[in-house]
Ligand binder design. Structure first.
Ligand SMILES: Nc1ncnc2c1ncn2[C@@H]1O[C@H](COP(=O)(O)OP(=O)(O)OP(=O)(O)O)[C@@H](O)[C@H]1O
Ligand SMILES: [Mg+2]
Length: 256
């Protein structure tokens, strides 16, 4: 995934430029996290990548083809999960495919979608409604719903942002496991430096608005990571301090 001619800009209503001169190249099957202060344009970047909004100038290319609208092969996990409360968990997951096919699913297609609920550890909850699930379980439904379209590109906007610290650690391992079983190129937005390092092959730091790429670092920690104590390794601590150095001034200026 990359930006055409290296640059694109996203401008909203007069006076607010969300993104400027963004140029980034994401290798196939890599897991890339994006850190940046609140309001710097992370969600906007993801929505442009998903084809949900067009950039004011420039382009997003996936497999060398410009993204001109919602793309069949892109799955999105939203910052606010947005499950339909009147639909069961499995019906929420079916919905992604129904939108894609513009018709109800066959029994075989339903079974295929249910397999993604199993992949995220929610077997037995297919007939439950969203309010009967914990926040972490609902977030896993959001991941299953995104995977159900069998995406080659998975765009995740702070998927664990609203969860408690312990659930978040468990879901990070779950996500690494899922990404090990299901291969996709992942763009993951977070405010958590440790989470970004733990999950990623590469971490991007954005500047305050208008968001620009400020710092990019490769994460070469051993995999599978949950089997190593990577969070205590010198490499992890060095990455954390370099990322914090890059972020600190942007956060200070944003909050000033
Ligand atoms: N639909 C919209 N109309 C006008 N301005 C918008 C719209 N969506 C976002 N913006 C503006 O674009 C800028 C970037 O917003 P965005 O949601 O991308 O930030 P973010 O980095 O995801 O922030 P956060 O970390 O708080 O989620 C903000 O200044 C925001 O006010
Ligand atoms: Mg956001």
């Amino acid at each position: 995934m990359k930006t055409e001619t290296g640059l694109f800009t996203r401008k909203w209503t007069p006076g607010v430029v969300a993104l400027r001169d963004i140029s980034v190249d994401i290798p196939e099957f890599s897991f890339v996290s994006v850190l940046g202060p609140s309001g710097c344009g992370k969600t906007t970047l993801l929505r442009v990548a998903a084809g949900l909004i067009p950039p004011t100038s420039g382009a997003i290319l996936i497999d060398d083809k410009p993204v001109t609208g919602p793309r069949v092969g892109s799955g999105m996990v939203f910052q606010y999960i947005g499950l339909m409360p009147w639909r069961t968990i499995e019906e929420n997951v079916f919905f992604a495919r129904e939108m894609q096919f513009h018709r109800p699913l066959t029994e075989a297609e339903k079974d295929k979608s249910r397999a993604f609920l199993k992949l995220v550890g929610l077997s037995g909850f297919e007939k439950s409604f969203p309010h009967q699930l914990s926040g972490g379980m609902q977030q896993r439904v959001g991941i299953a719903r995104a995977l159900a379209v069998e995406p080659d590109v998975l765009l995740m906007d702070e998927p664990f942002g609203a969860l408690d610290a312990q659930t978040r650690l468990v879901l990070q391992d779950e996500l690494l496991r899922i990404c090990g079983e299901y291969r996709a190129t992942v763009m993951f937005i977070t405010h958590d430096i440790d989470e970004a390092i733990y999950l990623s092959d590469q971490v991007i730091v954005m500047s305050r608005r208008p968001g620009q790429i400020k710092f990019v670092v490769d994460v070469n920690l051993p995999k599978p990571r949950h089997e190593h104590d990577v969070r205590k390794s010198p490499e992890f601590l060095d990455l954390r301090s370099r990322l914090w150095d890059a972020l600190r001034d942007e956060l200070r200026e944003t909050l000033a």
